[in-house]
Design a protein around this ligand. Structure first.
Ligand code: BDP
Length: 599
């Protein structure tokens, strides 16, 4: 699905701003042909939760209503008009002037609908009913329950089966964009490069709707110079002396696609792309033929007030903080991030592991680490359909991004439980079939899924581990933790000598400003000692190709006795002040090259 941009043939109207808002108490029927009976307002894009200063709103589980009035300029009325949501969390029913025009389930991917037939002259009323409910059929997975109160009203409850606050709302921009009636619908770009001769063959497939005499593709370099031009819907365009997209040194080409009729350019779209080669070979992760070492983070889309809503200033700041530390990558834990962030990573050369919202695939996941309920996971959860949908939508959205080097099919599923292989095998096949660029695929492994217990490692291209030796296990005893870390990593190395191994999470909760002469857990000293211990072991393991720590910044979670105002494993606070450990990590990472660290 193309991102909405303004071009010579397209106009974008942003509906961001202040919308009418109300939570649905389910006491009276809401008549969508009428304006919403509320005077409350909410800002879009953002989570609604932290805007209202109301516990009832913040913790509401159920349905939520949004409404916005807009007008469309007469000059645009003959164009094809498309209403597009960057995301709506987690399920949306969309009404225009009282008529349902679309519905979408899944809170982290875009969807769109043509609105010409539903527009009124003058003011239009856009009403959105959202649900923030999660259960055993959704991704993420929620523990859902409901009961009736004394007045017969349904009280719904979602206990997150994961460790982040269930923020919801219109998290990403809502836009109307125009196209001509004959238009470019999709573009698939697959750059194949011969590194030795510096020659690329860029396969470009253009899907159009309506009729054109010609589809013309012009490749421009970063300075806007024409590099190549060809005509057709299925092209293979050679580029000589190609400039590669490299981590932190990104070169982006632009494919300018024109739909032409009677010699006139009717529709124009511009898609940026990078030329780079990603491979997994002999226990190493290669970008452009060189052994890449991942340095970076698991993150969240999580900021004060906006919650999980798009916050572009924070996105820019976060990438600048990463670069300053010598980091080169992050994982979109635990859901697809905004398209704006993906475009920024393309531009900035940040390497991304792109994750689906498949988190909580672990029956009874909680702060009790016994995992005693996990056995029921693959019989109790009914997420197969949602999982196929999110893989399909994610790959469709992000297929052309140079920054994406690997898909993460899930985070911490109960992959040590019988049934996991059978659940995941078709999903890995699906992802591999759908990705035109054939990127590696992984699944992020939970601590119980040791080399002996895990059932899914044969499916993954890279062994991606979340490990908490020294935190959830051997807390406060880094000597014992070091032994366990080494023991397990050596076991993986021995069992899968051809697969690269990386950590996609490791961390210790740390209260900013808490110091301890004894390096006690929760102190800034402990966090640093913990990372130093891990680094030492990583450097001993030949196939260890990357360290993405948990977490970039402190973040909001569900309530629980293990969380004080959220998860404190950030190396930055939620407002991005560095904890002490940042100096150590900066020193380590600026001394580790992006390439060739592990020979
Ligand atoms: C892992 C999860 C992550 C949590 C983290 C933690 O993947 O979402 O926040 O551990 O406990 O279980 O801090």
């Amino acid at each position: 699905m193309l991102y909405p941009i303004a071009t010579e043939s397209r106009v974008v109207v942003d509906l961001s701003g202040i919308w009418k808002f109300m939570i649905d108490k389910e006491v009276e029927h809401i008549e969508v042909s009428q304006p919403l009976p509320t005077n409350e307002v909410v800002a879009v894009p953002a989570s609604f939760n932290d805007q209202a200063l109301s516990k009832e709103i913040r913790e509401h589980n159920g349905y939520i209503w949004y409404e916005k009035e807009f007008k469309v300029a007469t000059a645009l009325r003959n164009e094809r008009l498309v209403l597009r949501f960057g995301s709506a969390t987690h399920e949306a029913w969309v009404y225009l002037n009282g008529k349902e025009i679309t519905h979408h389930k899944g809170g982290f991917t875009p969807f769109e609908v043509e609105i010409n037939d539903f527009l009124a002259d003058g003011a239009n009323r856009l009403t959105v009913r959202l649900s923030n409910l999660l259960d055993y059929t959704t991704l993420p997975v929620g523990n859902y329950s409901e009961e009736k109160d004394e007045n017969g009203r349904t009280i719904r409850k979602v206990d997150e089966n994961f460790d982040f606050f269930n923020y919801a709302g219109l998290h990403r921009p809502v836009k109307i964009y125009t196209t001509p009636r004959d238009y470019i619908e999709d573009i698939v770009i697959v750059p194949e490069v011969d590194l030795a001769s510096k020659k690329a063959d860029v396969k470009i497939a253009v899907k159009t709707a309506g009729t054109f005499d010609e589809v013309r593709v012009t490749i421009l370099d970063e300075d806007g110079n024409q590099v190549a031009q060809a005509s057709g819907n299925d092209l293979n365009i050679p580029i000589e002396n190609v400039k590669l997209w490299q981590p932190l040194n990104a070169h982006l080409y632009t494919a300018k696609v024109e739909g032409i009729k009677s010699g006139e350019s009717i529709d124009v779209y511009e898609e940026a792309f990078g030329v780079r080669k990603v491979e997994v070979k002999s226990g190493k992760f290669l970008i452009n033929g060189q052994h890449f070492y991942f340095k970076g983070f698991g993150k969240h889309e999580d900021t004060f007030v906006q919650g999980r809503g798009l916050n572009e200033a924070y996105n820019v700041l976060d990438i600048n903080l990463m670069k300053d530390m010598g980091a080169n990558s992050f994982r979109t834990s635990h859901y697809p991030y905004s398209e704006e962030m993906m475009r920024l990573c393309d531009r900035e050369g940040i390497v991304v592991i792109d994750e689906t919202p498949a988190v909580g695939l672990f029956h009874g996941f909680g702060f009790d680490l016994s995992g005693k309920n996990a056995a029921a996971t693959w019989s109790e959860l009914k997420t197969k359909e949602a999982h196929e949908q999110v893989i399909t939508e994610l790959i469709d959205r992000d297929k052309n991004h140079a920054c994406v080097v690997m898909w993460s099919i899930a985070n911490e599923p109960a992959s040590h439980i019988e049934g996991a292989y059978e659940y995941f095998e078709p999903l890995f096949n699906l992802a591999r079939e759908l990705d035109p660029q054939n990127r590696p695929c992984t699944l992020v492994n939970i601590l119980m899924a040791t080399p002996k217990e895990d059932k899914t490692s044969d499916l993954v291209d890279v062994i991606a581990l979340n490990r908490y030796y020294g935190w959830y296990l051997q807390n406060g005893d880094l000597e014992a933790a070091e032994k366990e870390t080494r023991k397990e990593l050596l076991e993986w190395q021995e069992k899968y000598p051809d697969k690269p191994i990386m950590y996609t999470e490791y961390g210790a909760d740390t209260v900013a400003g808490f110091h301890s002469a004894y390096g006690e857990p929760f102190s800034e000293e402990y966090q640093e000692d913990y990372y130093r211990m891990n680094s030492k072991v990583f450097d001993e393991i030949p196939n260890f190709v990357g360290e993405q720590l948990w977490n970039f910044a402190d973040f909001q979670t569900k309530f629980g006795i293990m969380r004080v105002q959220g998860n404190k494993k950030g190396v930055f606070t939620r407002s991005r002040e560095p904890k002490m450990v940042v100096r150590y990590l900066k020193d380590r990472w600026t001394n580790i090259p992006h390439f060739g660290y592990k020979k």
